[in-house]
Ligand binder design. Sequence first.
Ligand code: NAP
Length: 702
Amino acid sequence: MENLIILGTGIAGLTAAIYAARANLSPLLLSGREDGGQLTLTTAVENFPGFPNGVQGPELIAVCKQQAEKFGARFKVDAVTTVKKISKGFELQLESGEKIQAKTIIIATGASARWLGLESEQKYKGRGVTTCATCLPTGSTIVANNAPKAIDKIEEGEQVLTYDGTFQKVVGKGSRPFKGKLVKIIPRYFREEPTLLTPEHPVYAAKMKRGVGANYRDMKWEEPQWVPAGELRKDHILLYPIVSKTIDVVNIKIADILKLDVDEKGYIKNNYETYTARRIPNIVPINRDFMRLIGYFLAEGSITPRGINFYFGPKDKEYVDDTIRIFKTFFDYDVAVKQEGSVWRIECYAGILRDLFQKLFGKYSYGKSLPHWFVYLPVDKQAELVKGYYRGDGGIKPEGFSLVTNSPKLVAQFKTILLRLGIIVGISRRSKDVLNKTKNVFNGREIKFKHDRYELEIGGSYLRLASDMFGVEHPHLKNKKRNNEFAWIKGNYAYLPIRRLETVDYDGEVHNIAVENNNTYVTAGAIVHNCDGAFFKNKEVIVIGGGDSAMEESLFLTKFASKITIIHRRDSFRASKIMQERVFKHEKIKVLWNKEIIDVLGNGKIVTGVKLKDIVTGKTTDFSCHGVFLAIGHVPNTSFLHGMLEMDELGYLKADAWTHTKVPGIFAAGDVQDRRFRQAITAAGSGCMAAMEAEKYLAGME
Ligand code: NAP
């Protein structure tokens, strides 16, 4: 039986967790449906004490979570459906089917966005009507600076690849629960991970013109546009961006990277030098030879406690010599070469080079990657890197070349680099579970795969380019047979026909990120648009409500929409004066007072306006707009407690000034019991009180 279970991971729950964990209660937190609470859906919080320059809501939550974890709080992703009294405490039934027991409970389940309750509102949900639009399921990877990353793990300030091939800064994050159908898109070529998204989420695609030739090369297509995922058909072609910017780096300085000193001759001074140690030159040129060495390292290199080892196959004497020569020329270093059975082993004992390679390219094969600036290097250098990699982990298959790796980061980077080289690579992934279903024997030893394995295939019309690049004539080139081409490059995009479209059921969190300048981001196989504010770029939208959220949302939307009208049911706002003033001052924002929305209008597909009723005169009018943003407050998340705890007529839990509910052992904190203040700081304060009261209760001191 747990000492204390805290329901909710918003600011109230997390503060309670920090206090309870420090009291050695080892609290267990259940995230519920909206992990992190309402702060994760806001932008800047300007009134939380201690942050004179404001703090981003999601960031505040993230650091509170870290703080709670540091003291021993535990987290579980699940929601409670019912709470039952048992002899020495309570039994909680979880959505996952599990049951857990606890001596005390703190309820900090907060509140969720309120909807108007109109039928038409449901119909146009996600098609112009939104409380906070967020759309990709947890775990969906998107291309971030240096690595593909799960959308829910991306931090603000990180850079992501966007629709025009540039990397841009993430400026906001959001998530919400979603239950319903998701669209699953599997493009040709980039098959390592299907893109899953809510049907209304726009994807950058072009429609093929019908009846033009059988070969894709001869196809014509319409101008690309943003198509809601649910409206994609097999005659759409997905666009995928190519990074076009080139930034050359002529050399790197080891001392800067490893923070070491340099002697008068320009060699690195190591902190721990032995008599025999040879100093390594500080400046390393980033030229084609060095790029090839990196290719060898990514494929065949491994970091050992003593240095770096490279392994080459029995026929690879040429590459062994190449490696020896590069080490000698660049680092003035003689590597040791050993032949073990059928394998060549090159050993480099220089600790500095080991540290350098580990820092720049990673230690374990599944984590190997390139620093982000490699993506921008001139293509001739990049080609040499791929060549080195091919010599290590490449092979010839009947129809093409293949490269293998178990590093998802490297897959994403090679994909980007190969696109710059004019090659669309076919990518497939075999999960470790599938790989381990069969017995795998290597050199007489049975091996179990710990990571998924990716294969990158270069074939079809790209075989010529790759053969020239690798300096290896692929045998298939001799066949006169015409190569089929299922995808092609034009301008700054790869055009990827759709291989399969499916719908899948989903019940969980969906996420979205706001991205500076163009608000787009890229998954493994598609460019998607943030369908939040940015989708209403240069469009007219309305925001309904008169509280702080309505002010905040309107001000946020000024970045995108051409005109924002706040529609409020009274003749004054309840929002804080400072927020009201900002709204009144903004030239893009207008206010319509004393109006109620009685219907959402649309053409069956998207919102075209709303029907308004004047509260004073009773007159109805139509108001045209493209988007309807609701900011009409919240409803407390207490439905699972009906019959167990006392609530007011709006569903807020009744608790005394010390956070006690009527049931001994159950405490309430945060917005779930506060219809008056509902501030981050008051929620945190009540979380602290609840934890201290729970501690007293447990100690039998009541
Ligand atoms: P709120 O303060 O409860 O405001 C909700 C607004 O929606 C009210 O103006 C209300 O009108 C209107 N409304 C409610 N039901 C409606 C309906 N069915 N139809 C039309 N209008 C309706 O909620 P909130 O703005 O989400 O703020 C919640 C709490 O968080 C507040 O305590 C707020 O201070 C805080 N917050 C702070 C910040 C910040 O400081 N940056 C930002 C966001 C939120 P009436 O006025 O007529 O009741």
